[in-house]
Design a protein around this ligand. Structure first.
Ligand code: GCV
Length: 663
């Protein structure tokens, strides 16, 4: 399938005379990263201004010039950081490494697209989070677990694809500062177990080389039971000498055969995947065994904390899936090797439209940590509904954990500020596939764009990111900008309004997680309940219930524990409340449910109406793709509204104060 260039389409016309005055680029482009940087710059000038600055290799001439771009070595600067400034009418990009120059080039192109003035330009940046990664859940048969934009562009029929698209993929990632990617699903099965064997080394090295030339490290998801499943040993016990020796040999082979490999991501003892529990060992035993073997090659072991008992009996009111990540890992704090990073989902459940921040953030003090978010919209409309997630990520990053007097937010922790760590960062479960526009819904690309930019620089607002993404993708037209900004900035709020109420989550169809099914998970064995009856709804996670609220540091623990101080939007996550309980907003729980469901649909109608006004102002193909999805969202939001409202009307017997139609 063909593919578009997303925000690197360079389809807009840059008019500004200052930019048009650039006539030379001074660069030594022998290094492959520099070669890519320079050719990107040339492409941008050519496509947006129709000019071809001359490439000169001798930078001594630059002094006598104006209207040129040149690259300068600045050894003081951190790797990946850059300083762009104007000097005597020339643009200088100073950095200490090729990656810094590459990021500087993408920054300059961004400034060009925003038509910022060159005169007096002075931009200094370095990435706030050391690791900024994508996690693809791509299977080797070409399918993607929770993929909503076509098939994999990495794999097909158990083979690795190395196609032209990969280069554009790498450009897109580098342009927003993403520096690592895990290309295969964390559920490693069948052929994927063989990725660490010579069956796939050649293709993997080709991929890793393409990525390396854009400053990106290749990572793989690993099958914990590989020694057994590859038929070489009878055990994967992390304390067995034989198993440890096997991994040492394997890591030596893999790291020497795949240059630029960054390391491995592991899902163990979770949802049926094997892990150290099989041998009565801890997650630290498992992670440390792999880390010791990968350490000589600078390899990282990224170990996921998504571990829970997925077979809870509904009569059991004490077991709580939300607690399990914490309970499984807290005792292990400080016992992991230095090249292990624990990767923690943003919330304790699973990427719901609203969850509290995972309590491990702020609790773990002596362990490298990474935040995992999901831009694949598994529970937030599957890239058929528009749901711009950056405002949610901003809230998560700015959450105060109270783990320290200062620098105590999630952002501080995963940037290494709180506990002085260098191996930390943020990963997003990717939303890409081989659809022409990469992300199914054209507007879902704003999540990919925003995620990368945010991990590099969390100080940017969600609105700024949306605004610049719109300009870079669709150009400068004012109406286009204002309309799409309105849609993006209201989309998460709208989705939350017609979805499960007040933080309770999970009212989706089990297994494929799309569309409303209030009781779908209530009568399932996965321990994800809402516990609604005719009097009230919610899970008691206070000290009277599962005690989950107490896992946070004070004052968060007390705030969540008490229904009077618990924020409305999370009330039912923490408490079982009667329908006539008055929220802090002044509304009763039941009236809140009705109102938000009606208002959510009205907001979608408004978004669709405004979108339809853009006909003729957007590229036709993109407009039609989006229009089809908007029409679906309009219908589907009504289904959500009606199912949720009638369910609670029938359960509670309480009528809507405003007398609207509830079935
Ligand atoms: C890759 C959820 C998803 C699964 C996913 C899992 C995980 O349960 O529904 O598809 O598996 O999370 O994050 O490992």
């Amino acid at each position: 399938m063909g593919f578009e260039q997303a925000w690197l389409s360079y389809r807009m016309n840059v008019e500004a005379g200052e930019w048009k005055g650039i006539s030379k680029i001074y660069a030594d482009s022998r290094n492959p990263i520099m070669k890519n940087a320079v050719s990107e710059l040339q492409k941008a000038f050519r496509e947006m201004m129709g000019i071809e600055p001359v490439l000169c290799s001798d930078s001594r001439e630059v002094k006598a010039d104006t209207g040129s771009i040149c690259f300068k070595l600045d050894r003081e600067r951190k790797a990946e950081g850059y300083h762009i400034y104007e000097e005597d009418g020339n643009v200088v990009i100073a950095a200490s490494s090729e990656c810094g120059w590459l990021y500087g080039v993408f920054e300059l192109i961004r400034q060009m697209q925003m038509e910022s003035s060159i005169k007096g330009m002075n931009i200094e940046r370095e990435p706030v989070m050391p690791l900024r990664m994508l996690n693809h859940w791509d299977n080797m048969d070409g399918s993607i677990e929770r993929g909503y934009s076509g098939n994999s562009f990495f794999f097909d029929k158990d083979e690795i694809l190395v196609e032209e698209r990969i280069v554009t993929y790498a450009r897109l990632l580098a342009s927003v500062g993403i520096n690592g990617t895990v290309i295969n699903n964390v559920n490693v099965k069948d052929a994927a177990t063989w990725l660490i064997t010579d069956r796939y080394f050649e293709k993997l090295s080709q991929l890793s080389e393409i990525f390396a030339d854009y400053g990106i490290k290749l990572f793989l998801s690993l099958n914990y039971a590989a020694p057994v499943e590859l038929g070489e040993l009878d055990s994967a016990d992390p304390l067995s000498e034989e198993v440890r020796a096997w991994w040492k040999e394997r890591m030596k082979l893999v790291f020497t055969q795949i240059p630029n490999l960054g390391g491995f991501l592991i899902k163990a003892d979770s949802e049926g995947r094997p892990g150290p529990f099989t041998y009565g060992r801890t997650h630290a035993d498992g992670a440390n065994m792999l880390a010791e073997a990968a350490e000589p090659y600078g390899g990282l072991i990224i170990w996921r904390c998504f571990v829970y008992n997925c077979k809870q009996d509904w009569r059991d009111y004490k077991t709580d899936r939300a607690r399990s990540g914490y309970d499984n890992f807290i005792e292990l704090d400080g016992t992991f090797r230095d090249n292990v990073i624990l990767q923690i989902k943003n919330g304790p459940m699973d990427f719901q439209v609203r969850e509290p921040v995972h309590p491990l953030f702020g609790a773990l003090k002596a362990t490298n940590q990474m935040l995992e978010v999901q831009i694949a919209q598994e529970y937030t409309g599957q890239q058929r509904h528009v749901c711009y997630l950056i405002p949610m990520f901003k809230e998560i990053l700015s959450f105060h954990t109270y783990a320290a007097e200062v620098n105590d937010t999630v952002e501080d922790i995963v940037s290494g500020k709180t506990f002085k760590q260098t191996k930390c960062g943020m990963a997003a479960v990717a939303n890409t596939g081989n659809d022409e526009n990469w992300t199914g819904h054209d507007l879902a690309a704003a999540n990919l764009y925003g995620f990368g930019r945010l991990a590099f620089d969390p100080s940017v607002t969600a609105e700024e990111l949306a605004g610049e993404w719109i300009i870079r993708t669709f150009g400068k037209d004012k109406e286009v900008r204002e309309t799409l900004l309105f849609i993006l900035m209201n989309s998460w709020r709208a989705y939350e309004m017609y979805n499960a109420p007040l933080g309770i989550g999970w009212m989706v169809n089990p297994s494929y997680h799309y569309g409303p099914s209030v009781d779908g998970y209530e009568y399932d064995r996965w321990g994800t309940y809402h516990r609604a009856d005719h009097i009230g709804i919610g899970v008691d996670r206070s000290h009277h219930g599962t005690g989950y609220a107490g896992l946070y540091r004070e004052p968060n623990a007390s705030m969540y524990d008490n229904p009077e101080s618990c924020p409305d939007e999370l009330l039912l996550f923490f408490h079982h409340m009667p329908y006539d309980h008055r929220l802090r907003s002044g509304k009763t729980v039941i009236q809140h449910i009705y109102d938000t469901h009606f208002e959510g649909v009205e907001l979608v109608d408004e978004m669709v109406k405004r979108f339809e006004g853009l006909e003729g102002k957007l590229p036709d193909k993109a407009y039609r793709r989006m229009l089809e999805r908007f029409h679906h969202q309009k219908e589907h939001s009504r289904e959500w509204r009606d199912q949720i409202n009638s369910y609670f009307y029938r359960k509670s017997g309480i009528a809507d104060e405003k007398g609207r139609k509830i079935y």
